[in-house]
Design a protein around this ligand. Sequence first.
Ligand SMILES: [Zn+2]
Length: 329
Amino acid sequence: MTEANNNLISEQANNRVCAADLGGTHLRVALVDSAGHIHFRMKQSTPQQKSPDGIMRSLVSAVKECELHGDQINGGKHISAVSVVVPGTVNVDRGIVVKAPNLSSLDGFHLSEQLTAQLGYRSVLENDANAAAVGEMWMGAGRGRSAIVCVTLGTGVGGGIILNGKLWRGVDGAAAEIGHMCVDPFGGVACGCGSRGCLEVYASATAIVRMTREASPRHPDSTLDIDKLTSEAIFCAGKHNDELALEVFKRMGVYLGIGIANLINILNPEMIVIGGGVANGWELFDKSMRQQVAERAFPLLAARVQIVRAECGDDAGLLGAARLGFEKQ
Ligand SMILES: [Zn+2]
């Protein structure tokens, strides 16, 4: 066999990453190739235990499922790495989960080392919001860009910053906590991080529900059922011109716009990509968000930046995980 043939086979043999998005509620795993195509995916509940054993068992069995679904290539040896993203602070170099508030059994756990020991694959670990930014740059709204900020508006508010085409992780791997940028210093709402007035307490799904409940006495004609509020229900009511929902999303847009103006002035990015479930309310907060950006960001920078919706949806983290798995070979 020639050397060229050998190289070809080794490329085919290791051309997929098994990517896992380990959330507080669900574990989603996908087999992704180097072009960003997803070949197989699965989703299950995240084991809720005091020790990491249950999560490890789920991850290992999910990777084995992925092996089976690619077994037509070189006898199953098609996976080059297992890449896991978690909602928390991670030590990327050592593959350790430092602190994950919704997966506290993993705090201090050497996840990459354990996965490699049990499966034999190289293992990569990253924060979920950072991975989502990489996913959007690779396969989503940020394709072809090298300076983007990704803001994920979910249960909380996450962020990822890419500069010169690379993630900015900070000295401890905890950079881009955009949700904890202060946007209201005077009597702001208390945040889970211990501070007050963080963007997260005005722009997350949790915040949308809270602000709706708080504002409801002023809107007795609202169609919303205050006992069964979800950010999705509030967004739907807003689309039908419910005044309470409109007021809440407008207010949320003001705070989000202040945060984005700060990011623009500090980083001068090409693009701000906004994703997460709350981004479904885009048409309800877009105007007030852009108004704040126009008032607060440097005109030159504000004129240049594009503020757009994310395109990868729930797959942003998985795709970013896969990309990072390919990068660190
Ligand atoms: Zn905070």
